[in-house]
Every structure is written in C-alpha cells, then in structure tokens.
Design a protein around this ligand. Structure first.
Ligand SMILES: NC(=O)c1ccc[n+]([C@@H]2O[C@H](COP(=O)([O-])OP(=O)(O)OC[C@H]3O[C@@H](n4cnc5c(N)ncnc54)[C@H](O)[C@@H]3O)[C@@H](O)[C@H]2O)c1
Length: 335
C-alpha cells in the first residue's frame, strides 16, 4: 500500500476524455504525466481553454508504446472511441499498467473476455468505467435492495433520454445501452431469462442513418424481477436519466436531478425546473467517485468493484436485444 501520487496517462480528449482530464487535474492524489490525442488541433484547443498549453506533455497516438515504457506511469485512462479500446487495453495490461477504460471494453464479447484474460495473465488491474455504480443516489438504492430494505424485488425501470443528439454509434450498441442493461442485471444480480424489444424511429437524422431512436426493452429475471429499459436517442427537454425500483416493502425512484432545487411557478400556470444539459453535469459526482476508487485500487486500498461479469453480462444481453429486434422474437438466455 502506498500513498504517493499516482502517475497517470490519459488517452483521448473528446467528450468524456475532457471530463476525466478535469477530474484528474483537480485530484490531490493523481499526477497526470502524459496525454495522448490523435487530433492535435483538438488537443491544442482543449489545453488552451484550460490555460495548460506547454504545461502538460501531449503526444500523438504513435507515441503510446513509449509511454508504456515510462515506469512512473501506473495507470492508463482510455477515453478513445469504442472500436479502439480492446487493442489499447491489451497493450497497457501487457505493460503491467492498471487500466481505466471507458465503457464498453468492446462491442464484442470475445474481445471483452480477451481483455480480462490478459488482466489475469499479467496480474494487472482492469477497471471498466460503469460510473453509474458510483452515483450516490443509484448506489444507495442498490444497497437498500441488497440489504432487503425493499423486500422482494418486483420491478426495476431505467430511463435514458439522451441529449445532445449524438450519432457516434448505432442505438443497438453497448456504447449506448450498456449502462441501463448493466443496472438491470446488477440489481437482479443475474442475466435475464428472456429479453424482448420494440423500437421505432421518430427523428429525421436517425431515420437518414436507417437507425432507431425510441426503444423499449422488457426483461424477465430468474428472481421474478421484471426489468424495463426506456431509451430515447434524443431528448428535447434535457438529459433525463431515472431509475425506479419497486419491491414488496416499497418503491424508490431517482428523478432527473434538477440543477437547481428552486421550484419556479410562472403566472400562466407553468412550472419550470432546469434539468442537466448532458452527462458531464449529471454524472460529475460519479465520475469523481469512480476515479477515487480506481486510485484506491492502484494503491492497494480497495478491491475492484466493477467485476468482469458486469461487462460480459451486458454484452450477452445487448446481443440478445439485437437478435430480438432482428427476428421480432422473445430471446431466451436460459441455459
Ligand atoms: N461513461 C460515460 O458516461 C461516457 C460518456 C461518453 C462517452 N463514453 C465512452 O467513452 C468513449 C469515447 O467517447 P467520446 O464521446 O468521448 O468520443 P469522442 O469521439 O468525443 O472522443 C474520442 C477522442 O479520442 C481521440 N482518439 C481516437 N483514437 C485515439 C488514439 N488511438 N489515441 C489517442 N486519442 C485517440 C479522438 O481524436 C477523439 O478526440 C466511448 O467508448 C464512449 O462509449 C462514456
């Protein structure tokens, strides 16, 4: 166990990479040694906006191998697009570095297994960033369920209405659905027995890509719990993530978490409350808490809480969702 600052490298300065950049820089426990970004113009503008030009070592992605030779680098953050994750994760693990990889590790179950096999082979830590496990509200509901506070679980509903419209992945992908699928499996502590989906397209930009944007998934779990996943690729009213859990002893629900708890009543009878603009605002606390956990793991102060089974389970269920959409059938995952 050590309490010195943890040496880190960060790959990718896009939407989520910038969130992690700011959290790492504000941490007293982390020392950001290298930043890797293939888009040099973006890297420059991100650094300029933070008054960090010339103060951090920013390199292009062909220098990644050199960074892995740096003995001061203990942990590598991978915040690049999903299709780059597996190769980067496996390289970093082979170099003995602890890896923090944005979700998902891959769109393919076989790649996810290969990453975890490598983590075991090289004795290196692999943390897949299921940040919602670290959201205070969601976590307290989970703990209440585990301690029996809600009794026998009847129903868990997740709502994810995203904004802004992001076309970086098809709707039926882990990149979009993994958080909600993972939460349902995490609460049930199992794979579902059955999965069925219905989906429609309501947004022109999505129709132009022959994708769907409005999705409902129903899952039945072995414990008797039903899981309902409600997803919209674009929400016109703000970033809307909610979770509702009901059981034999009651019900708990998170709301869309207003920015301000001041309730505003207008003369025309309208009631207005601002909700968050997007994920960096809504989940900032969880991103900070997951980083604390990752640093604890590197320093030997905690065991990894995000297990291999979480990624594998989500991949299996999302493949079943795709199959249900393709065939129009209820998919059985029962062995
Ligand atoms: N946990 C969350 O809440 C959350 C939120 C958003 C995105 N994500 C995940 O994060 C990942 C990135 O998503 P994003 O929206 O930030 O993408 P993005 O496209 O905004 O950013 C990716 C960045 O990586 C850079 N890049 C690409 N290949 C690189 C390489 N080999 N080395 C260094 N830089 C490279 C790109 O130039 C780009 O700037 C995705 O897997 C996504 O699923 C997670």
């Amino acid at each position: 166990m050590t309490s010195a600052k943890v040496g880190l490298a960060l790959l990718g300065l896009g939407r989520i990479g910038q969130v992690h950049l700011d959290i790492i820089l504000s941490s007293q426990r982390a020392n950001l040694l290298w930043v890797v970004e293939e888009n040099t113009a973006l890297a420059e503008s991100v650094m300029k906006g933070r008054d960090l030009l010339g103060k951090l070592r920013i390199v292009s992605n062909d220098k990644f191998d050199n960074i892995l030779l740096d003995p001061l680098v203990q942990g590598v953050y991978i915040c690049t697009p999903t299709d780059t994750h597996t190769a980067l994760v496996r390289k970093a693990l082979a170099a003995g570095k602890a890896v923090f990889c944005e979700k998902p590790l891959s769109e393919e179950l076989a790649d996810i297994k290969a990453c975890y096999d490598d983590a075991e082979k090289y004795g290196a830590k692999l943390f897949c960033a299921f940040n919602r496990h670290f959201d205070h509200g969601i976590r307290s509901m989970y703990e209440k369920v585990r301690s029996g506070g809600l009794g026998k679980l009847y129903m868990v509903k997740t709502t994810f209405h995203d904004t802004p419209l992001w076309m970086g992945a098809p709707t039926f992908s882990q990149t979009f659905l993994i958080h909600d699928v993972d939460l349902l499996c995490w609460f049930a502590d199992a794979l579902p027995d059955t999965v069925v989906v219905q989906a429609t397209t309501n947004i022109k930009e999505v129709a132009d890509k022959s994708d769907v944007d409005t999705v409902g998934v129903l899952m039945r779990f072995p414990c008797g719990m039903l899981g309902i996943l409600d997803f919209c690729k674009y929400s016109p009213y703000g970033y809307d993530v909610r979770l509702e859990v009901s059981g034999s002893k009651g019900m708990e629900v998170t709301d869309a978490k207003p920015i301000s708890y001041v309730k505003s009543y207008a003369p025309n009878g309208r009631f207005a409350e601002d909700i968050h603009a997007s994920f960096p605002e809504r989940f900032n606390q969880s991103y900070t808490s997951e980083q604390e956990h990752f640093l604890d793991v590197i320093q030997g102060k905690a065991e990894l809480e995000v297990k291999r089974i979480f990624s594998e389970r989500a991949a299996i269920v999302i493949d079943a969702i795709k199959e249900s959409y393709r065939t129009g059938q209820v998919i059985s995952l029962k062995k």
